[in-house]
Design a protein around this ligand. Structure first.
Ligand code: MSP
Length: 523
């Protein structure tokens, strides 16, 4: 079976990254970790989208060359992904010469088979914003607003891609492949966008206007439009045309493609990922079976508003990871959103998710389970032969959690996967309250029952440490160290069964996994 090839939308170099960017990487990372645990080999690609007008402009504003500018920004992304434990296999930086060779070879192929043509375009051009304007940019009075500065009527030659030739194919493809876009309901926005007269896509910018890009190999007076270059990262870094381009050290393309998941935000579905990208692949000769699947997530907003520097409401993941630990942030980002839908960031919720769910629910369960076993049995577990209905119910909850968890996680329902695992937390905490091990310990006649209770609690936690590993890898490894149980090399979910801990198992020392935070939400 091919590895599960997962990519994330590569970020613009508009650092520092905010929690929306962080969410997407953690989502992909959690899925990659889950797939590995579920027995799949995984290849996870992410990176940075470095070319284009915005970058060139920003670099000029701060007095740096575009190259030095992106060089100064990329480390912020890498440092954050490291901090958040986002473990990728490939790094796609679009300034990489290997990528540039693939983009140019691909453009040449499209040119040679008549998919590209040059034509002159006359339109209104904003000198300040360095872009052509359309009627959409006109104000209610029919004029272009002051924000556009001086607007000139300009004629400019450019290269175009025959996108319109493939629109009928794309419509048919979308209708016959309901799996192409997840969640399915998003396909309708793509079909709507394809209504009306199809237009071709301008894929060049004259070098006088934009020098920070990949030159067209057949006309060096132009550079490639940034989306064309950026989308190609999904195949260039997966080894597409590697031999032809002399690219070394990349994966074997035939083993990876098609990607099972391009993880993107809803804003870049139409037209980039759902129109340009499948049509680019189709025009290059990729078959219907080789079109990748799009996983479209929603947005993190703040009090219902879009996060933006101008509104001053950007939430910094570095700060949150510092306060709530990287795993505390990962948990919140995976728990409080349903994949495909929007969520609202809230101080109250992240504090509550940490203090109530992680510290009070999950961490406390581990701490009291190990503590009691240390206190009453010097940390040694002996399951014995005692059994009763309460034990059976807890065992059932633990074993039922696994299939429900797998079902949700494999269909991108990460928050439901967490909820499936959380049934164990809730049941095990209720089990402590009802079995009252501290009372059992006072009665020598209840010794066998106490042994079974202590065993059930530790065993339940072993299961939790596996199921929650894709979400909180560091905390779960710490918990396993406290339990004295390590994930065996090559361990898979199918190996998880009741009885992972053997008779005589020695537990380690309890240390609070998520120490409670004394912190109040900002007004
Ligand atoms: N560079 C392009 C992607 C090129 S892919 C060939 C880009 N970059 S971006 O930095 O603007 O966004 C990167 C990803 O973060 C996108 O998938 C985008 O949807 C996502 N998000 C940006 N803001 C977001 C939120 N507020 N919430 C969730 N995800 C968000 O687009």
């Amino acid at each position: 079976m091919k590895p599960y090839y997962i990519t994330t939308a590569i970020d613009y170099t508009n650092a520092p990254p905010h929690i929306g960017h962080a969410y997407e990487k953690v989502l992909a990372d959690a899925m990659a970790r889950f797939q590995r645990l579920n027995g799949r080999e995984v290849y996870f690609l992410t990176g940075v989208d470095q070319h284009g007008q915005k970058v060139q402009k920003k670099a000029a504003e701060v007095g740096l060359s575009s190259e030095d500018f992106v060089g100064s920004i990329t480390p912020h992304f890498i440092a954050l992904w490291d901090k958040l434990n986002v473990r990728y296999d490939g790094w796609a930086a679009t300034t990489d010469p290997m990528h540039k060779r693939v983009v140019q070879t691909m453009l040449q192929k499209l040119h040679d088979c008549g998919q590209l043509y040059k034509k002159a375009y006359t339109g209104f051009y904003s000198v300040r914003q360095e872009q052509f304007l359309t009627d959409k940019e006109r104000g209610p009075d029919g004029n272009f607003g002051e924000e556009w500065g001086e607007v000139q009527e300009l004629e400019e030659e450019n290269w175009y891609f025959r996108l319109s030739d493939h629109v009928e194919w794309l419509k048919g493809y979308i209708k016959s492949h309901p799996d192409f876009i997840f969640p399915e309901h998003r396909a309708s926005s793509v079909l709507n966008a394809l209504e009306g007269t199809p237009q071709d896509l301008c894929i060049s910018r004259p070098i006088e206007r934009l020098s920070w890009g990949i030159p067209l190999p057949f006309d060096e007076r132009f550079v490639n439009y940034v989306w064309f270059d950026a989308l190609t990262n999904y195949i260039s870094f997966a080894g597409y045309l590697a031999d032809e381009c002399g690219n070394k050290g990349l994966p074997d393309f035939s083993t990876l493609w098609p990607s099972e998941a391009h993880v993107i935000g809803k804003d870049i579905l139409v037209p980039a990922h759902a129109v340009y990208w499948p049509i680019m692949l189709h025009a290059l000769g990729f078959s219907d079976e080789q079109i990748p699947r799009l996983i479209v997530h929603g947005w993190w907003n703040v009090k219902g508003a879009k996060m933006s520097k101008s509104l001053g409401n950007v939430i910094d993941p570095n700060v949150l990871a510092g306060t709530f630990t990287p795993d505390g942030l990962r948990y919140y980002l995976m728990r409080d959103i349903a994949t495909g839908y929007d969520a609202d960031f809230s101080d109250e919720r992240i504090i509550m998710s940490y203090n109530k769910e992680l510290a009070g629910g999950l961490g406390n369960l581990l701490n009291r389970s190990i503590n009691m076993a240390q206190k009453y049995r010097a940390g040694v577990l002996t399951p014995g032969s005692y059994d009763d209905a309460e034990n059976a119910t807890l065992r059932q909850t633990v074993t039922d959690a696994l299939p429900a968890y797998i079902e949700s996680m494999s269909t991108w329902g990460i928050h439901d996967g967490i909820a499936a695992a959380w049934k164990i937390v809730t049941a095990a905490n209720a089990y402590v309250d009802s079995t009252k091990p501290f009372s059992l310990a006072k009665d020598p006649e209840q010794a066998a029952r106490l042994d079974s209770v202590l065993y059930h609690l530790a065993e339940a936690w072993v299961h939790l440490s596996v199921l929650l590993n894709p979400i909180m890898p560091t905390a779960m490894a710490t918990a396993r160290a406290q339990i004295g149980w390590e994930l065996p090399e090559g361990f898979q979910l199918k190996d998880l069964h009741w009885g992972m801990l053997k008779d005589g198992h020695q537990l380690g020392t309890p240390v609070p996994l998520f120490p409670r935070l004394e912190i109040a939400a900002a007004e």
